[in-house]
Design a protein around this ligand. Structure first.
Ligand SMILES: [Zn+2]
Length: 408
């Protein structure tokens, strides 16, 4: 009994450690993009050269002095009412993000003495947009109902056509999507990739926890920072003042960890770009700051944000719309016209399974009833006379589908 209890406690402790461990999909997502976009690799190489030119000792092209202010829009994709999270959670996340980027976080005192002189105020701030791309009033937070209950790290949440929400012009805004991610706490796009997918994605529990620093780490990627170990054994992160380290750091170490010959000071595991527990990360370095700010130099991929109008006073005020009920999207029917068989794609809402579809002719007579057994339902129409038909179904909540198709 006692041994069982100890085992249970150890298991719980291990699970908590796993839960606190950062899981980040950004790098592997970039690798996938490279496979699908042959030009991406050369764009990344060109950006590395640009970054070296604008972050090194040559200060001519360097972005200096001014605090860079980045307009932010947060797209909250909710399915259940509990996911319609409040403004205060978003505001708390951005407050924490800004503290870390301005080195105003209280735990900066925990930075080891040997690394303290490297810790930087990045002079970058993030503010919820005050004007949308049409210059209309906004508080920078968009809430949108989606029939999708869970998302993969595949960028579909960034597209309205996939039941997500389209990005606001990424040249002018940092887009952040908050949704129910299936496996990961969050991921970000690196600069230079597909504009429609530019921004970061965060899971609901991350945003609900004001002390969670996933957003800091992911914005680091969005501003071109890599993991400290360069995603390979003793790899390169493109920053000279972060020591090389063998791999990511689990948990929260209490001793110096020497890897890749980085003694005597060892790994900088308290850097936001490691996987260390949030409570134990507390710095970006001057080198990381220079690498991030190089993106804002003329010709750099984030330069356009400096002239964004997203933080201007809005030119158009509209009285806010009343909260709307979820807008149900259409089932897709194909092929249409059809000869023998039609397919109904109900993937947008699996709750149609178990309902009955009725097929009626132009005279309003029911010619077929079809129980829905699959998200991709096939219906044999070979026996129907040529003409126009309607396919209709209704759920308990009164939501209905009605679409026409033509039998040839
Ligand atoms: Zn990461």
């Amino acid at each position: 009994m006692k041994a069982g209890l100890v085992f249970t406690l150890i298991t719980i402790a291990l699970l908590q450690q796993v839960a606190a461990q950062r899981d980040c999909r950004s790098f592997s997502r970039q690798q996938e993009h490279m496979e699908n976009d042959p030009g991406l690799r050369s764009r990344i190489t060109a950006l590395e050269t640009f970054t070296l030119q604008h972050s090194g000792n040559n200060t001519a092209g360097r972005i200096e002095a001014n605090v860079i202010k980045i307009p932010v829009v947060v797209h909250i994709l909710y399915h259940y009412p509990s996911e319609k999270i409040g403004d205060e959670q978003i505001i708390a996340q951005l407050a924490m993000l800004n503290k870390c980027f301005r080195k105003l976080n209280a735990d900066t005192v925990n930075t080891p003495a040997v690394f303290k002189s490297l810790a930087a105020d990045c002079e970058i701030e993030f503010q919820l947009a005050t004007a949308d791309p049409q210059k209309k009033y906004t508080n920078g937070i968009v809430r949108k109902y989606t029939p999708i209950t869970q998302w993969g790290a595949d960028d579909k949440m960034k597209l309205s056509a996939e039941m997500g929400d389209d990005a606001w012009d990424p040249k002018s805004y940092l887009n952040i999507w908050v949704c129910n991610l299936d496996k990961f706490a969050g991921y970000a796009s690196f600069p230079g990739g597909d504009e429609k997918a530019d921004g970061l994605v965060l899971d609901f529990p991350v945003v609900a926890d004001a002390g969670n620093k996933t957003i800091v780490h992911e914005v680091g990627h969005w501003l071109n920072l890599r993991h400290l170990w360069g995603d390979e054994y003793c790899g390169e992160d493109g920053v000279s003042d972060t020591p090389k380290q063998a791999s990511y750091t689990p948990g929260c170490p209490t001793t110096i960890r020497i890897t890749c010959g980085n003694g005597p000071h060892g790994d900088m595991y308290m850097n936001y770009m490691d996987f260390t527990n949030d409570a134990c990360t507390n710095l970006f370095t001057a080198g990381q700051k220079a690498r991030m700010r190089a993106l804002f130099a003329p010709g750099g991929p984030r330069n356009s944000l400096l002239s964004s109008k997203g933080l201007n006073p809005p030119l158009i005020f509209e009285s806010p719309l009343p909260a709307e009920d979820p807008k149900w999207l259409e089932a897709r029917i194909y092929p249409n016209p059809a000869i023998n068989e039609i397919n109904i794609d109900l993937n947008y809402d699996a709750r149609w399974i178990g309902k009955i579809f009725q097929v009626t002719n132009l005279q309003g007579q029911i010619v077929m009833t079809v129980p829905v057994t699959s998200k991709f339902q096939k219906i044999n129409i070979s026996h129907l006379a040529p003409g126009m038909y309607f396919l209709a179904a209704k759920k308990e909540d009164g939501v209905s589908v009605k679409q026409k198709f033509i039998k040839l």
